[in-house]
Design a protein around this ligand. Structure first.
Ligand SMILES: [Zn+2]
Length: 423
């Protein structure tokens, strides 16, 4: 059955695919022209790993990584180790003098009529994904110069060495924003506030424990989810310019745009202050819409590596550090994926950062475990968070692909900031 209300702006091809009005040459922001009522509903239960009901990642006072592959480190200890390395002259100070990563102006599709899955890297962990269904999703958007807390007039945290390729106002449509966790390089108050203002129908998805932060930021249309939770998204065009947010309710089976979003595990930590470590959950995400499946790995480690002699290969079989088993489960129960967005940066030195951040070698393992057919790298090229040289991640990625007998290009690529790839 077709929806009772059909926008006069929407036509269909003879194969039934919706032809949406184009946004080209529109003088006003396009989302005020065509509004979509978005509903979010619980998905029917799907096959999940047997241990899911144990909720072993729920701790007494927050959340935990329930695997041997993780090693907890106090942020004070991390800081101290980094300072000691600096004082001993062991630390590498990455050179950010231009040119580093190429930044280009992104070109977004002029309408929701999308022949293929399309992903545009907007720097660090931010990807804009255009699904063939017409759905438009922004992952981990942060558009500020610094990623850190605002203390009065001061914005703390590292400063970008590459510019954002566009501003929020340049993105024509944002239906959903998906947040991996609450670290400042993934969740920014000024960014999400501006998105909510410009796109009042936009729905925000975040892992457990983040809802109150969104509510106190004035954002009501948020769904927080636990690992292996799923929701069905349905969108139908609605008439008028009233940016009223639809209440969350039952997903329509006859909607023009449908999607399923899955909150999935990964290995990380969370905190926005010295007092809230592990209080909110971290997650990777999968979205299936219009016949395409995307896996967003968020920010994740794969193994915890000991301090090894300089130049030693931590993947040498003699070490055998335990790996995070969650990614194989993601692949088995939710894969395969047409596209994986996988972190490759912020990894050095390994004995300090490996538990929470994968390096390119770990990233290729994540790519294989989760059964991604293609992947693009992220979590690099924007802020200096760790000691590796800023252009090292793509070089190491090529080495890792070679080691796994995968083609060095066309399988797991890196792109320019602002560049779009089709799949
Ligand atoms: Zn993080």
């Amino acid at each position: 059955m077709r929806p009772f209300f059909r926008s006069p702006l929407t036509r269909r091809t003879r194969y039934g695919r919706a032809i949406y009005p184009t946004f080209r040459n529109m003088s006003t922001p396009p989302t005020t022209e065509v509004l979509y009522a978005l509903t979010v509903a619980k998905s029917p239960a799907r096959r999940s790993p047997e241990d899911v009901l144990e909720k072993s990642h729920h701790g007494k006072n927050g959340f935990r990584n329930p695997w041997e592959s993780f090693r907890d480190m106090d942020s004070k200890d991390i800081m101290q180790m980094m300072i000691t390395r600096r004082l001993k002259g062991k630390a590498n100070n990455p050179d950010t003098t231009p040119p580093t990563v190429t930044v280009r102006q992104p070109e977004f599709l002029p309408s929701r009529d999308t022949p293929k899955l399309r992903a545009t890297w907007l720097g660090h962990a931010c990807y804009y994904v255009e699904f063939p269904s017409g759905l438009r999703v922004l992952f981990d958007p942060v558009f500020e110069a610094r990623c850190g807390p605002c203390c009065g007039p001061y914005h703390l945290g590292p400063k970008r060495y590459t510019e954002p390729p566009c501003q929020i106002k340049d993105i024509p449509v944002i239906d959903a924003v998906v947040i991996s966790h609450n670290h400042y390089d993934h969740l920014s108050y000024p960014t999400v506030s501006e998105i909510a203002k410009r796109h009042p129908n936009c729905h925000f998805f975040a892992p457990l424990g983040n809802k109150s932060w969104f509510h106190s930021s004035g954002i009501k249309n948020v769904t927080e989810m636990d690992w292996w939770d799923e929701r069905d998204i349905a969108m139908s065009p609605k008439e008028g310019k009233d940016p009223q947010v639809e209440p969350v309710g039952e997903a329509s089976t006859t909607a023009d745009v449908k999607a399923r979003i899955s909150c999935l595990p990964c290995q990380h930590v969370t905190a926005r202050s010295p007092f809230d470590k592990y209080k909110t959950l971290w997650a990777s995400w999968a979205i299936e819409s219009g016949g395409s499946k995307v896996y967003f790995a968020g920010d994740s480690g794969y193994r915890a590596v000991d301090e090894l002699p300089e130049g030693e290969d931590d993947w040498d079989p003699k070490y055998n550090f335990p790996i995070c088993p969650a990614f194989e489960q993601v692949g088995e129960f939710r894969g395969p994926f047409d596209l994986g967005l996988i972190p490759i940066g912020a990894y050095a030195p390994r004995h300090i950062f490996s538990a929470a951040h994968s390096d390119p070698h770990d990233a290729v393992h994540i790519f294989k475990d989760t059964k991604c057919k293609k992947a693009l790298g992220m979590h690099w090229g924007t802020w200096v968070l760790t000691e590796e040289d800023v252009l090292e991640p793509p070089k190491k990625l090529k080495e890792a692909l070679k080691k796994h007998d995968l083609a060095e290009t066309g399988v797991f690529d890196v792109c320019d900031i602002g560049e779009s790839r089709e799949f």
